[in-house]
Design a protein around this ligand. Structure first.
Ligand SMILES: [Zn+2]
Ligand SMILES: [Zn+2]
Length: 333
C-alpha cells in the first residue's frame, strides 16, 4: 500500500507537464500519429495530443529524465522543430496514458474556404508590448474566448463577443471590428492557440494590423507578476481544469445569474444531468444547493432511485433546457 503511494508520488514529482501547439501543414496526420506514438511511448510520455492537416496541439507529461530526449524527438520532426514548450508551473491534469487523436481541425472553426492560410498569423506581442499597444487611442481589443469565459474576467476596454463556441466567435469578432481595416487590432485568448487562427482569419478578411497576445492570458499573468508590469486584466481567468478559474486581479466584473449580486464564482450545476456553467454567489449556492435553477434543485431533491432512473434513460432534458434559457435571459438583462 505504502509502496504504491510512494510510487505514485515519485511519479508525480519526477514528471514535467508541458504544452505546445503549432499551426503547420501536415500532409499525413495519420502517419505522424504513428511516428509520435512510437517515439513518445518509448520515453514514457503521457498526455493528450491532437493532430490535424493544420498542425498539432499537445499537452503532455514527460518524465524528467527523458526531457532532453523528448525535446530532441520533437526537433527531429521538421514541422515541429524548435516549437516553444510552455512548461506548467503547477501540476496540470494527470494523464493515464498517451492519447493521440487525428481530427479535421485543431479547434473547430467552421471555415471551409480553401484559400484560407492558417499560417499567415498576426504579430505576437509579449506582456509589455501588449500593454503599450492596449493604451493606444485607436486600438481595438477583442476577446476571442467564449462568453462564459470572458464574463468573469477580461482586459479592460475589450470587446467581448457573445459566442458559445469559437466557430461563432470568428464572424462575431469580424462584425465587431466593422469595415475600418487599418486600425490596430489586439486579440487575446487563454493560451494563445485560438488567436493564431483568429488573427489569420482577420488578415484573410483584409485587416492590416492584427496582433495577438503570445501565450495568452496565462503567460501574461505570469509575466506581469515576474516583471512588475501594470496588470490590465480584470477579474478571473477561466481555466479548463477542476478549478474553473484563476484570480488575476481583485476586481469582480460579473454578477450572480440568480440574484444579480456582484460575483465571479463560476461553477457547474450540482445536477449532473444539467452541469451547465453558471455564476452563483455564495448566498444563492446555499439557497439552491449548488443547482442552477428551481428545476435542477427539485431534481436533486428527488429520491435517489428516481434520479438514477433518469440518468439511465438520459432523461430529464427539461432541466437542461430550462437553465440554458435562464442564463441566456439573465445575461441579456
Ligand atoms: Zn446570488
Ligand atoms: Zn442545472
Amino acid at each position: 500500500m505504502l509502496a504504491i503511494l510512494y510510487h505514485s508520488l515519485a511519479k508525480d514529482m519526477d514528471s514535467i507537464t508541458l504544452s505546445f501547439y503549432r499551426y503547420v501543414r501536415l500532409e499525413n496526420p495519420a502517419d505522424m500519429r504513428q511516428t509520435l506514438l512510437v517515439a513518445w511511448e518509448s520515453l514514457g510520455v503521457l498526455g493528450r495530443v491532437y493532430l490535424a492537416h493544420e498542425g498539432i496541439n499537445a499537452q503532455v507529461a514527460v518524465p524528467a529524465v527523458a526531457m532532453d530526449a523528448f525535446r530532441a524527438s520533437v526537433d527531429a520532426l521538421e514541422p515541429f522543430a524548435k516549437v516553444p514548450f510552455k512548461i506548467a508551473v503547477q501540476h496540470g491534469p494527470s494523464f493515464e496514458k498517451l492519447r493521440i487523436k487525428v481530427r479535421p481541425k485543431l479547434v473547430a472553426d467552421g471555415i471551409e474556404d480553401t484559400s484560407f492560410d492558417v499560417t499567415d498569423v498576426g504579430t505576437h506581442l509579449d506582456a509589455q508590448t501588449f500593454n503599450a499597444l492596449a493604451s493606444q487611442e485607436d486600438v481595438r481589443i477583442v476577446d476571442m474566448r467564449n462568453q462564459y469565459e470572458s464574463r468573469i474576467g477580461h482586459f479592460q476596454d475589450a470587446h467581448l463577443p457573445d459566442a458559445d463556441t469559437f466557430e461563432q466567435a470568428l464572424p462575431m469578432a469580424k462584425a465587431l471590428l466593422g469595415e475600418d481595416k487599418d486600425a490596430p487590432v489586439l486579440l487575446y485568448c487563454t493560451g494563445g492557440i485560438r488567436c493564431e487562427k483568429a488573427s489569420a482569419y482577420l488578415k484573410h478578411h483584409g485587416y492590416k494590423r492584427v496582433h495577438q497576445l503570445h501565450g495568452g492570458i496565462i503567460q501574461y499573468a505570469h509575466d506581469v507578476r515576474e516583471q512588475g508590469l501594470p496588470n490590465l486584466f480584470r477579474g478571473k481567468n477561466f481555466v479548463f481544469d477542476n478549478r474553473l478559474a484563476e484570480r488575476i486581479s481583485d476586481d469582480v466584473v460579473s454578477h450572480c445569474d440568480q440574484c444579480s449580486a456582484a460575483s465571479d464564482d463560476i461553477r457547474n450545476c450540482a445536477n449532473d444531468m444539467c452541469h451547465v456553467l453558471f455564476i452563483q454567489c455564495s448566498t444563492c449556492a446555499l439557497a439552491y444547493g449548488g443547482a442552477c435553477s428551481d428545476a435542477c434543485k427539485q431534481f436533486l431533491a428527488l429520491p435517489e432511485a428516481e434520479r438514477r432512473a433518469a440518468h439511465a434513460g438520459n432523461a430529464h432534458p427539461t432541466a437542461r433546457k430550462g437553465i440554458r434559457e435562464h442564463t441566456r435571459y439573465q445575461k441579456g438583462a
